[in-house]
Design a protein around this ligand. Sequence first.
Ligand SMILES: [Zn+2]
Length: 406
Amino acid sequence: MKTDCISIGFDCQFKVELKDCLLMTLVGAFRSLVKQLLSEFMRNSLLGFAEHYMSLGVKPFSCDRCSNDSEFIWKTRHGKETKILAIYYWAILHQLQVQCKSCNHKFSLTRKLLGIEPMKRIPPETYKRLGLIGSLTSYRVAEKLLCMFGWTIDKMTIWKSVQKTAKEIDFSLDPNELAHGEADGTGVAIKGIKKRGKEIRFFVQLKKSGGIRVAGVDIGNYNSDWKGLFKGSIKAMKQFKSFLLVTDGDAKIFKSIKDNVNVLFQRCLWHIPHQLKYTLWKDKVKRKSDDWKKILAEVMEISAIRTLVDDDKIIDGMVESKKERLEAVIALCIDKGYKHSAEYLKNAEHDMFTAISNRLNGKTTSRVERLIRTVNTRTNVGKWSTSGVLNVTKIRLAYYYNGFDA
Ligand SMILES: [Zn+2]
């Protein structure tokens, strides 16, 4: 709705009884003045614009029913009251009602003129701000901070704003960034589930500038499939000639799409010694025993890749030697009856040297680790519902990594 400037006449009359003139008394009284002022200012401005538009031949709004945009008559300039959370305060406005002369449909101009959706009391400009605050700190702290600076907003409104804001955030790969990503997950406490709860998963894409951006977030049970995490990125993935994916998660979804997608899988080498500690424990190998030390030390060395080697023959030799050593460790595990560890290593073997063998200088150490810490500082507060924790995480990551702001 573009138009020339309109001047709004505005007289303010404000009377207040004050017991004293201490700082907080004055600030408190000013707050109630501002509250009234905001409503009144908005009412005057809306009416000023409405009168101006009504005097034009072609209006900048149209009838919802017949799309007529020229012939209207006023029904009332002081209709029913309606409340809108106008960032700072609830503004109490009047419905400005007009009638369409071609179909007789009556409708309110108030929200049309404000540029907000019909019926909505909390516009996006407001709930996005609340949603961001709720994702940055706990709901209790968010409420406290807002109240300290004069915003009377309850926790429930902040919670609702987080859910709404998150719904509008989608993640996917950016075809203009690098053909290299990582996927990983972390546990989160869920109401009604003992112990580990569920797993939030992250798919990040490396950027040309050196940082990372988020290309997917999802939540699921441990050991469930990771389809949801990659779903939004399949289309963009097809635009890459090939894509290096570093993950320990279930990426079968890509293995199942044969056409047009060439995904090179690389095990996250950073994870392998960590995960091995767990399987050794399951195999009842005593911590710090000779076998424990030998197996871990060997696997740590195998997982450490020198990135600056650029001679093809040396690279091939290196990979060959690492594979042989890994075979020896697996043989040792089988020999000693360490079933879980042997199986784990055999499983990983195939995708451990993809990046180096393809001469892709893919860092095989995890970059998602720091991102996970960013998530954990928020999600470690209390227990969550599945969608609640996913939503808070989405906004938080969009803000820290993808340029979302409110
Ligand atoms: Zn009409």
